[in-house]
Design a protein around this ligand. Structure first.
Ligand code: 26W
Length: 808
């Protein structure tokens, strides 16, 4: 275990950093210097353990995990690293004695927002768990200069601002130019015969240099340290001197600028492919640098690539890094000189793929011509993989043309990345039980019949130390007391002991007090940052996630409007105070999503200004939902809205964060809500709506939302109100979207079919809320049974069933 670090040691170390790295003393410092000095102290501690970890892994010839993801939504690291290193108390003490508030220093840190949503945050949680479980693992991604945009709401509309996180956030990064790699784009291929062997020579390509910037990852309760390697793009030439001398200054810097745009910005799209060539460049730049770096390190230890697959497993987070497959093939054949068959065996056994979505518009397809032009050698290899795979498919299915087409890697001028992953990997997994069943029986049905053993499930999980212990210190203290120790931090099933206290009045009251304090703290924060006073007597009913039609924020809005209309009709009715909170970023080009944000904001204004609603109904859209905001919000939440159309949400992970913090779920039987229901039963959550198979069946028989509109007067009035809008702002397009086919399928996500059931679920929820003993008992059951959603459990399953590596 770590050497013990006292408060005084910490103070000394911080002073040292201030003096040596910034040339200043304690009298000159501000919060920014303080944050950076603290980060550097922890970075040193991790670098030290990191070197030891690497040495041990090499000595023991352990198999290593390489987790490739175009997104890592890390959030803040200072408190996390101090916590995991076991020095948080020492750090807090040192900061205080140096005249600062620890909370202010932690607030200085910008979120490392190198991701969009669920998929990126999952990668971050898994890094924490892999390290805590002592698994030798490296995460790889791009070092985007600008992360996910900052969202401002101006006149009710989303405005995107650049997220320049690195000015402060680079305190954690160690640039390693000595370990740079070269990535080649474009050019031509020439075939040469050498000793009876055909060689492919790649010529007149353009080069981009990849520079690794490493972030150390500390585990909890271990000295094991892993690395997140972020690649930065740089031109091989600083300047074209010839052009510069001839006075063409701008053209002289062109190549440089071109290279640097590769890592300039994270694509802010989620669940929707855009097909831009810059995105393809990002993907290839990423995988090529990563594979070369892995291969180089492997050769240093083993001197051969024959055993590459035995010592390395590459997990790819959705299809975005799919090009690892042809890239590894290229290196094995063109650089190492192996035959196709040997290269294929090594590649297949070294790669595993996780699918995170079944939405057709999110399944990546790239135009063949784009790949041919940008990556000529990679194209050749993909084409060969496609042909060989097609022969296997035809043999297995006796030349069934429909199946050949569905399973093809290259078809109709496009490369289908998911099919390439299935052909070229050893495992394919879904991220919740239901999602995996949909992959097996529908999306990848034919591939699954051909190789059933390849298809596995690993239900998602979250870093419960960050999302419970660190974010909700009041609840953490109660859990330690009731379970008798802090064991649950490493063994989340310890939480089950809380079940025994569900009917203990004293415990219920303490839980209620913790929630109330967290609500107060959050309300203070919102007052300070947004200038809005939340009604802490109201139910905190929350929906936070990316804005997408399938997640049905609009269904939530419809229910709120119905409730508002009811209150307007009967101003003297009994009304349980209710605060609806939303947080969501919309992809900048996603019109409907942006309209929904505008609708939420105009509805919020109308309701919050209406005297009838005072102290009873409040709607707030929280600007710029991000990891650090979620950490404040989860502990204060009472109701978790997980209301996607059944069959569409692969898993969800926000649902797990709410549950762990004692919020009750109103939700459909979708994604991991199904597993939640398995452990909670009907009595501990508020389920509603069509099931996945019913959704499919209604669609098959022809779904007509107009029948619901005509039949249900409450629904009719709600939709008319949306059309006519609020405060002069109309929403005709949203209305049309739900009822008419002018904009594609009417009500594609079946909000109208689930509306009545949803209103009923909210009613049931409010009824239970009025019985605090019952509510708190359910809340305790939720916390107690949330242990299965710890990322430690998920990562252990990957290790056992997919990676075949040992773990703690
Ligand atoms: C290329 C455009 C694009 C970008 C991102 C397409 C698809 C994605 C991701 C796969 C979207 C995503 O984040 N999916 C979410 O992954 C989570 C982690 O598994 C799940 O919990 C969510 O249900 C799923 O929506």
């Amino acid at each position: 275990m770590h050497q013990v670090y006292t408060k005084n040691d910490m103070k000394e170390a911080i002073r040292g950093k201030l003096r040596l790295n910034y040339g200043i003393t304690e009298t000159d410092i501000n919060e920014e210097y303080m944050f950076k000095a603290c980060a550097l102290v922890l970075r040193d501690m991790m670098a030290f353990h990191g070197a030891e970890t690497r040495e041990k892994v090499q000595r023991n010839h352990e198999r290593q995990v390489h987790y490739l993801s175009l997104e890592f939504l890390m959030g803040r690291s200072l408190m996390k690293n101090a916590y995991n290193l076991g020095v948080l108390d020492a750090l807090n003490g040192a900061i205080e004695e140096m005249g600062f508030q620890p909370a202010d220093i932690f607030e200085m840190e910008p979120d490392a927002g190198l991701g969009n949503g669920g998929l990126g945050r999952l990668a971050a949680c898994y890094l924490d768990s892999m390290t805590t479980l002592d698994i030798p693992a490296t995460g790889y991604s791009l070092c985007y200069e600008l992360g996910i945009f900052k969202q401002r709401i101006v006149d009710g509309q989303q405005v995107e601002l650049p997220d320049d996180w690195k000015t402060m956030g680079d305190a954690w990064l160690i640039p390693k130019p000595e370990e740079r790699e070269e990535v080649h784009f474009g050019g031509h291929l020439r075939e040469v015969w050498n000793n009876g062997h055909l060689h492919v020579v790649h010529e007149d390509y353009s080069t981009v240099i990849a520079i690794p910037c490493d972030m150390q990852i500390a585990g909890y309760g271990t000295d094991h340290v892993n690395t997140l390697r972020l690649w930065d793009a740089k031109s091989p030439r600083t300047l074209d001197m010839a052009l510069f001398s001839s006075g063409q200054y701008v053209r002289a810097t062109e190549e440089q600028t071109m290279a640097q745009t590769i890592t300039k910005i994270l694509y802010p799209n989620d669940e929707h492919i855009e097909g831009k060539s810059l995105r393809l460049k990002q993907q290839y730049f990423f995988v090529s640098a990563t594979v070369q770096s892995m291969v180089r390190k492997h050769l240093e230890v083993y001197g051969t690539l024959k055993n590459f697959h035995e010592k390395n497993i590459i997990q790819i987070n959705d299809t975005h890094p799919t090009l690892v497959i042809p890239e590894l093939m290229r290196i094995l054949m063109d650089d190492a000189g192996y035959s196709w068959d040997i290269s294929w065996e090594i590649t297949k056994n070294a790669v595993a793929y996780t699918n995170h979505t079944v939405l057709a518009e999110a399944l990546e397809r790239w135009p063949q011509v784009l790949i041919q032009r940008l990556l000529p050698r990679i194209w050749q290899i993909i084409d060969e993989i496609s042909k060989r795979y097609q022969r296997k498919v035809e043999a297995f299915y006796h030349h069934n043309d429909a199946i050949t087409e569905k399973m093809a890697v290259v078809w109709g001028g496009e490369v289908r990345m998911a099919n390439l992953c299935i052909a070229g990997g050893s495992a394919v997994n879904g991220v919740s039980g239901l999602h995996t069943e949909i992959l097996r029986n529908d999306v990848f049905r034919e591939a699954c019949q051909m190789t059933p053993a390849k298809f596995k499930n690993v239900t998602n999980g979250i870093d419960h130390r960050r999302w419970l212990a660190q974010s909700n210190v009041g609840l953490d203290a109660l859990i330690r007391e009731l379970t008798g120790s802090n064991q649950y931090l490493l063994n989340p099933n310890e939480l089950l002991k809380l079940d025994a206290y569900a009917n203990d009045t004293a415990v219920q009251e303490r839980l209620a007090k913790i929630k109330r304090d967290n609500k107060d703290a959050f309300a203070h924060y919102v007052k300070r940052t947004h200038g809005i006073m939340l009604n802490t007597d109201g139910i905190f009913d929350v929906q936070v996630k990316r804005l997408h039609e399938y997640k049905r924020q609009l269904l939530n809005v419809m229910q709120i409007i119905a409730s508002y209309q009811q209150l307007r009709d009967n101003p003297n009715m009994d009304f349980v105070p209710h605060v609806y909170l939303f947080g969501a970023k919309a992809a900048p080009g996603y019109k409907v999503a942006k309209d929904i944000i505008r609708l939420i904001n105009s509805l919020a204004k109308q309701i919050n200004d209406d005297p009838v609603c005072k102290d009873r109904l409040q709607v707030v859209f929280l600007e710029n939902y991000c990891v650090s905001l979620a950490e404040k919000l989860m502990p204060a939440s009472e109701v978790s809205q997980q209301i996607s159309t059944a069959g569409k949400e692969a898993s969800g992970t926000g649902n797990m964060k709410f549950m762990m913090n004692g919020a009750l779920t109103v939700g459909t039987l979708d994604g991991a809500n199904v597993e939640m229901h398995d452990v909670l039963g009907d009595e501990n959550m508020f389920l509603f709506g069509l099931h996945a198979d019913e959704v499919a069946e209604v669609k098959r028989n022809g779904y007509d939302p107009n029948l619901f509109y005509q039949r249900d007067p409450v629904l009719h009035r709600v939709l008319d109100q949306i059309r006519d809008g609020f405060g002069g702002m109309r929403y005709d397009e949203l209305y049309e979207h739900l009822l008419h086919t002018r904009y594609g399928t009417a009500d594609e996500y079946m909000l109208l079919a689930d509306f009545a059931a949803y209103c009923d679920a909210e009613r049931r929820m409010v009824e239970v809320y009025q019985n605090p003993a019952k509510w708190n008992s359910i809340s305790l059951h939720n916390i107690a049974r949330s242990g299965i959603f710890a990322a430690d459990r998920s990562v252990a399953e990957y290790a056992d069933n997919i990676w075949h590596v040992t773990h703690k």
